[in-house]
Design a protein around this ligand. Structure first.
Ligand SMILES: [Zn+2]
Length: 246
């Protein structure tokens, strides 16, 4: 199993981060840690160094922090260029119209800058899109020249098909165990991966989530598509390794 999206660097893991990673190591093949704000980019580098070959890092300013930390954009871009060999993706980047409904224009230009950075560094893009799927897809289709993973996919069936037609990977989070309607019976199994988005999106409660729980997303997809756990595990591993060049 591969958890393609978890935030091991956040404070919710400060007390027992190594235990959480050790538990993950017992059951998972790899975990991928995207960055969110400027400090997160530094922390994910430290974590991937300590757990080299198991935890893989992505770098980014997410759509909300990109607006909040506007003055650090250039510094961030330089940092990402310096660490190009230490990261598997630029992410999470995108559009968040839920938290910043009044800042659509600036988010769109920030998003384009992040896509151009991923194109330049030849890195996969990990996309965060909240209440903004149409705009996100339009911008990606126009600018992205690299692999794309749609983190915590929450669009409709037409948008899902549109992602697959563009060869984008849709990532399903453990929250599908509580909100299964984003899943369809006929998934393009070559274009899906799974994630926990830990510490968020716990499969059953509002408690802290952690990477080992990624198995519940696999189980849910297996049930929905009438396949086996082992089959979905194998195919999502393969897809994740291809998507992130692991
Ligand atoms: Zn995330």
């Amino acid at each position: 199993m591969i958890d393609t999206h978890c935030h091991l660097d956040v404070k919710q893991f400060n007390k027992d981060r190594d235990d959480v990673i050790e538990r993950a190591r017992q059951q998972l093949r790899y975990v991928i840690n995207p960055a969110t704000d400027f400090g997160s980019n530094i922390r994910v580098q430290q974590i991937q160094k300590q757990h080299r070959g198991f935890v893989f890092a992505c770098m980014a300013l997410d759509p909300v922090n990109f607006v909040k930390q506007q003055d650090r954009q250039n510094e961030f871009i330089e940092l990402a260029r310096q660490h190009s060999n230490d990261i598997v993706a630029i992410g999470e980047v995108g559009l968040d119209y839920y938290w910043l409904p009044d800042k659509k224009g600036v988010q769109q230009s920030n998003f384009i800058a992040m896509i151009e950075l991923a194109n330049e560094l030849k890195k996969t893009l990990v996309i965060h899109s909240r209440n903004a799927m149409e705009d996100a897809l339009e911008i990606l289709e126009r600018h992205a020249n690299t692999r794309v993973v749609m983190h915590c996919f929450s669009g409709n069936k037409t948008q899902m098909k549109r992602c697959w037609d563009s060869n984008y990977i849709t990532s399903f989070a453990t929250s599908i165990c509580r909100m299964g309607k984003v899943l369809s019976k006929s998934l393009d199994l070559d274009k899906i991966v799974v994630e926990t988005d830990s510490p968020y999106l716990n499969p059953v409660s509002t408690e802290r989530n952690e990477p080992v729980n990624v198995k519940y997303a696999i189980q849910k997809i297996a049930e929905k598509t009438g396949t086996t756990f082992e089959e979905i595990e194998a195919i999502t591993d393969k897809n994740a390794m291809r998507a992130f060049n692991l």
